[in-house]
Ligand binder design. Structure first.
Ligand SMILES: CC(C)(COP(=O)(O)OP(=O)(O)OC[C@H]1O[C@@H](n2cnc3c(N)ncnc32)[C@H](O)[C@@H]1OP(=O)(O)O)[C@@H](O)C(=O)NCCC(=O)NCCS
Length: 183
């Protein structure tokens, strides 16, 4: 299977933040940005894969700064990593106030997509051609996040399986802002 470069599928989506996107506090709803991120990830992943793709997971979304009505939001998406059927798309989101010419970085997140065939079967994606230090760093960072997630999942599965309401648990809860009220 022939590889594809990162630049082949690099995608930018820009959208004006209109009043209908705002919450009661006048800032843009986080969900509006999540929806735009999903669109950008889809456009980028499906271009690399050459097939339909589905969203599997989003790796940490931290909104660092609020987005205002009237700002132009741009989402820059590129494939950072490919496995067999999965692709990790890195998305950098910036918001621009055109009147003051200021640009702020609102978040960077990583969306895992899986390539699917017409009959909903997983399909193999083309290898990613890494053309520079940046491409290599992002590929390896995605691999590291994948391994850390798998390690954390193992730990949390074991925690759930082994959970017992014993004295150790009670002493941890003593320092927390909760009230244990058992029947
Ligand atoms: C995600 C999905 C494809 C996994 O299917 P599966 O048969 O369990 O397949 P696998 O375990 O082999 O996983 C397929 C790939 O997804 C990756 N994957 C699965 N779950 C993942 C997760 N939670 N996070 C990141 N990657 C994940 C696997 O590592 C694997 O990658 P690889 O092919 O590059 O090695 C399947 O559960 C699905 O179709 N989910 C619905 C997705 C969807 O419809 N999204 C839209 C939301 S409405």
């Amino acid at each position: 299977m022939e590889g594809r470069t990162v630049s082949y599928s690099r995608t930018t989506i820009t959208e004006l933040m209109i009043p209908a996107y705002a919450n009661f506090g006048g800032k843009i709803h986080g969900g509006v940005l999540l929806s735009l991120m999903d669109k950008a990830a889809y456009a980028c992943a499906s271009k690399h894969a050459g097939t339909y793709c589905v969203t599997v997971s989003v790796d940490t979304v931290n909104f660092l700064q609020p987005v205002e009505v009237g700002e132009l939001v741009s989402l820059k998406a590129s494939v950072n990593y490919v496995g067999s059927s999965s692709l990790v798309v890195g998305i950098r989101v910036i918001a621009e106030d055109v009147r003051s010419a200021t640009v702020k970085h609102t978040n960077t997140s990583y969306v895992t997509m899986v390539a699917k065939s017409e009959d909903n079967e997983k399909v193999m994606v083309p290898p990613l051609i890494l053309e520079g230090d940046g491409d290599i760093r992002r590929f390896l960072a995605a691999l590291k996040r994948k391994r850390l997630r798998s390690y954390a999942k193992g730990k949390m599965d074991a925690y759930r399986k082994e959970f017992k309401l014993d004295d150790g648990v009670r002493s941890i809860l003593e320092d927390q802002r909760c009230i244990v009220s058992l029947a």
